[in-house]
Design a protein around this ligand. Structure first.
Ligand SMILES: Cc1cc2nc3c(=O)[nH]c(=O)nc-3n(C[C@H](O)[C@H](O)[C@H](O)COP(=O)(O)O)c2cc1C
Length: 141
């Protein structure tokens, strides 16, 4: 059975660049063997990640992520059983929200900055769809 999990969090360190680099390395190493695919969106201070895969694998990874000291204020935004993957092409795609066209964000968000803690899971999934449609996600496998 496949599930999709969406959460957001706030970075502890201001050097998000280094943290994102390390997370992407861990994801590329770990995710393929556990059948996890997804997308990590980030700005200077905020993370938002969608994970999809088998229920046990996704739940176990989310448990690890919750305990990760590199971020805080983790909020679960959406969790659903799914009939097919949406992000099958990404071991872990990456979108730097500080660099995307602000009009993409403004389509779904009150501000032209990533603010997932005050947005609905539905809107955020629509935003990720928009990022895919506009080729704003890098790291396709
Ligand atoms: C925002 C965020 C997203 C993460 N995403 C993943 C991920 O997709 N896959 C992964 O293996 N680790 C991810 N991690 C890292 C895990 O929390 C944890 O450090 C890692 O799974 C442990 O790997 P290790 O056993 O190689 O140290 C993420 C961490 C953070 C802070």
């Amino acid at each position: 059975m496949l599930v999709r999990l969406l959460y957001a969090s706030r970075a502890v360190d201001e050097k998000t660049c280094d943290v994102v680099h390390a997370i992407m390395q861990q994801s590329r190493l770990h995710n393929p063997q556990h059948g996890i695919t997804g997308v990590l969106c980030h700005s200077e201070r905020v993370f938002m990640q969608v994970l999809e895969g088998g229920r046990e694998a996704v739940n176990a990874l989310y448990g690890q992520i919750l305990r990760d000291p590199r971020h805080t204020d983790v909020i679960l935004l959406d969790y659903a059983e799914i009939s097919e993957r949406r992000y099958a092409g990404w071991t872990m795609g990456q979108a730097n929200m500080s660099k995307i066209n602000p009009s993409i964000l403004l389509k779904y968000s009150p501000l032209p900055a990533l603010s997932p803690h005050c947005m609905s899971g539905k809107m955020l999934l629509a935003l990720i769809d928009e990022l895919m449609a506009t080729a704003s996600i890098v790291g396709r496998t």
